[in-house]
Design a binder for this molecule. Structure first.
Ligand code: ZN
Length: 118
């Protein structure tokens, strides 16, 4: 399977997802569903570097963030308002836990609760 980056609008403008498919059309099909868009509203570009992740059908969050992607925090304490990117991880205490991105606020809360549970 081939890796594709499917994006809203022109590449780089809106939200993007990595999908795995044999053809560009199929990639756009899957991306349309994942981004909750119409077919004509998404574009797909090949990403050969991510082909190696086809078996697991998912590119690790760490890899994407290193490549300049950002994610909405997966935690609940910021009401999923905060974005996590490399900058936030390097300088702001954001972290990836079990493959999911968490902002500094949520990391602090998770640490607090883990301590409490010990
Ligand atoms: Zn958060």
């Amino acid at each position: 399977m081939k890796a594709w980056i499917v994006s809203e609008g022109d590449f780089g403008d809106g939200n993007s997802v990595v999908v795995f498919a044999e053809t560009r059309n199929k990639a756009r099909d899957i991306g349309t569903y994942k981004l909750d868009r119409e077919y004509m509203e998404v574009s797909a570009v090949r990403k050969k570097e991510y082909d190696q992740y086809a078996d697991q059908m998912e590119v690790p969050c760490e890899v994407l963030i290193k490549d300049g992607w950002w994610f909405t925090c997966y935690g609940d304490y910021c009401y999923r308002n905060d974005n996590v990117d490399q900058e936030a991880i390097d300088h702001d205490g954001a972290r990836i836990i079990d493959g999911k991105p968490y902002c500094s606020k949520c990391v602090a809360e998770i640490d607090r609760q883990r301590k409490g549970a010990e």
